[in-house]
Design a binder for this molecule. Structure first.
Ligand SMILES: O=C(O)CCC(=O)C(=O)O
Length: 214
């Protein structure tokens, strides 16, 4: 990690929305990357997501536990190869609950059972959206690996301002729950070539953990 004059600090970006820099150490990042590489393989591997309007998302995605497609969940890759979604491992639930405890200083109540793994190449983006297809109000846990990005965290009413731009780097944690659970958020920019060289990843991976309530 860069030696910085002022260490980056835990920041509450909005009520219930907290950024914890450098939450994953280098070894944990390598382990998570290895797991993502295995999850990305077919069947039910990394895919391009098509939206009902005929567009495609530029970040490619693979899911665990429940398969998300615009705008619902299924147990099989209904918009892809039709294979059963890969299982959600228990260790990832433990990681999710620990993330909530560390970020919000609150017990992670329900069990995490959904992971969306997004892969961003240099040109990929994600538009402002809300995570609203789950039936649970449990906080969303977001982990970043590889290239740094600008993560835009907004409000619950509109895709427009007010919002805060947060720089998410490899190993950072972002948790949003409570009054911010349904806030609009997105990724307007990835900084190509900014990943820690020792990680061995070209691009950015985001692992988003959610509780389905399904
Ligand atoms: O890549 C990110 O940091 C955000 C991902 C996201 O917003 C999502 O999967 O809903």
């Amino acid at each position: 990690m860069d030696a910085e004059l002022f260490p980056r600090e835990r920041t509450e970006v909005a009520p219930g929305a907290v950024h914890v820099p450098d939450w994953l150490d280098a070894e944990r990042q390598r382990e998570l990357l290895a797991a993502c590489r295995a999850w990305a393989l077919p069947p039910a591997g990394l895919r391009t997501v098509r939206t009902p309007g005929g567009g495609t998302m530029t970040a490619r995605q693979v899911c665990l536990g429940w398969h998300w497609y615009p705008y619902a969940y299924a147990r099989t890759v209904v918009d892809g190869d039709g294979a059963p979604v890969k299982p959600f491992p228990e260790w990832l639930d433990e990681l999710g609950r620990r993330a909530v405890r560390d970020a919000l200083d609150a017990p992670g109540a329900a069990a995490y059972d959904i992971a969306l793994i997004n892969f961003y190449d240099a040109d990929a983006r994600m538009g402002m959206h809300r995570d609203s297809d789950e039936k649970s109000e449990a906080p969303v846990v977001s982990l970043s690996l590889g290239d740094t990005c600008v993560f835009r965290f907004g409000n619950t009413e509109t895709r427009a301002r007010p919002y805060t731009d947060v720089e998410l780097r490899s190993g950072d944690l972002f948790v949003f729950g409570g009054p911010s659970r349904l806030a609009y958020h997105g990724v307007p920019k990835v900084q190509p070539g900014s990943a820690p060289p020792e990680l061995g990843l070209t691009g950015r991976l985001n692992i988003t953990l959610r509780v389905s309530g399904l």
